[in-house]
Write a new protein. Structure first.
Length: 406
């Protein structure tokens, strides 16, 4: 079967610069390389490091979309203007506007020029506009699968295309129900949940202790100190400010907070007013709060392994964050929130789930103290996590993919 997978348009696949959706696409590629069931074409933004990785593939080819320099410059100027004029806005939404429009045009031409049995469109509803060009909506009637990872607040004039889709696959039931409300006329057969996965050969409880000890030494964490870990993007909706405030309220010098992430995945240089605010808060106790900057995805298992507890304090309706799934698969106790689809993955036996209310900071502090100071609780949560996540493998994810394509 000839399958085209249209990626985000600004982050490359393979996931050389990180990104949750891009990482999941990379898992599909790796499994397809093992099983060879599909002739897979990835439509991706160009990146030199990603190309080196892709050159090794046998059953997967990548159609690289090269972004003209002038588009990069205009996007950068637009982004900087928004940062200055609207410092408290969600400026990341303005980072790659022209790049994505250019990508949509080129991706539409790619699926027009080739005959694919199935087309997978990843997440952002603006990408559905590839079907509005070259009569692609007619060519690929009942051949398109829309893979939805987040809430979609705008369908960009593509509402009439949805009945022509073969399937709409969402990462959680929460997202499925949210979209169903916006598209009530679609028959139930078109909807399905396709849960996320992790590479359990990498994200697991069996990490070389020498590597863990080395990482602790690098970060100047003593053997008798407890580690609270946050991984991910440093943006308001991820709740990192609330986590820092909760941590700073603890008067326990034996607990350290490690923040592994940056404002933009793969970019440690781009900062905004919110990240500056975080750094100001960190300065209040910089000996106990460790900000690492962006960490390559394949380096994260060592960070999970050294953590006594992982905290994912999402304030938005997070559909199915990989940080939750990775923490559970690594057997780490988890503190998170009742947000979006998180509770569909984080079972109460392995996670403490908190309400997103005015008491969140206080509850985060109390939960961190409780888990760090109770070895038996850590042990029971870890055991439950490993049991719950035993089927969250890339093979299961790929098998589900094959079923969706049928």
């Amino acid at each position: 079967m000839q399958v085209a997978l249209i990626t985000s348009g600004y982050m490359p696949v393979p996931a050389s610069l990180g990104g949750a959706v891009e990482t999941l696409d990379t898992y599909l590629i790796r499994e397809n390389e093992k099983q060879g069931m599909l002739a897979l074409t990835i439509v991706s933004a160009y990146d030199a490091k990603a190309k080196l990785l892709a050159d090794r593939y046998q059953h997967t080819k990548v159609k690289w979309i090269y972004t003209p320099l002038w588009i990069c410059i205009v996007d950068w100027l637009l982004y900087q203007s928004v940062r200055i004029l609207r410092p408290h806005a969600k400026t990341i939404s303005y980072r790659y506007i022209l790049k994505r429009l250019h990508f949509i045009s080129k991706a539409a031409k790619e699926i027009h020029d080739h005959s694919y049995d199935r087309v997978i469109i990843e997440n952002h509803a603006s990408l559905l506009r590839v079907l509005k060009k070259y009569h692609n909506d007619k060519t690929y009637d009942q051949k398109v699968i829309w893979h939805v990872h987040n809430e979609q607040n705008n369908l960009y004039g593509c509402e009439t295309l949805l009945p022509k889709f073969r399937k709409i696959a969402t990462v959680s039931d929460y997202i499925l129900q949210s979209l169903k409300t916006a598209c009530p006329t679609l028959c139930d057969e078109k909807w399905m949940v396709w849960k996320n996965c992790v590479d359990t050969s990498t994200f697991c409880a069996d990490i070389d202790q020498n590597l863990v000890n080395q990482k602790r030494r690098e970060l100047q964490i003593q053997e008798n100190e407890h580690v609270v870990l946050f991984t991910g993007r440093l943006s308001p909706e991820k709740g990192i400010k609330e986590l820092i405030e909760a941590f700073l309220s603890l008067e326990d010098s034996s607990i350290k907070l490690v923040i592994a992430g940056s404002y933009l995945n793969g970019n440690t240089k781009v900062k905004n007013a919110y990240e500056a605010l975080l750094q100001k808060k960190i300065q209040q106790d910089k000996k106990r709060v460790i900000l690492t900057g962006y960490i390559d995805h394949d380096q994260l298992p060592v960070f999970y392994a050294m953590a006594d507890v992982v905290v994912v304090p999402s304030l938005c309706e997070d559909a199915a964050p990989l940080s939750v799934i990775e923490a559970i698969t690594c057997g780490r106790p988890l503190i998170t929130t009742y947000s979006g689809g998180i509770a569909e993955y984080a079972h109460p036996d392995c996670a403490i789930l908190l309400k997103r209310d005015s008491h969140l900071v206080e509850q985060l502090a109390r939960s961190i103290q409780r888990v760090c100071k109770d070895p038996q609780l850590q042990k029971s949560m870890s055991k439950a996590a490993l049991e719950i996540s035993k089927d969250w493998t890339t093979k299961s994810y790929y098998d589900r993919f094959l079923m969706i394509l049928e």
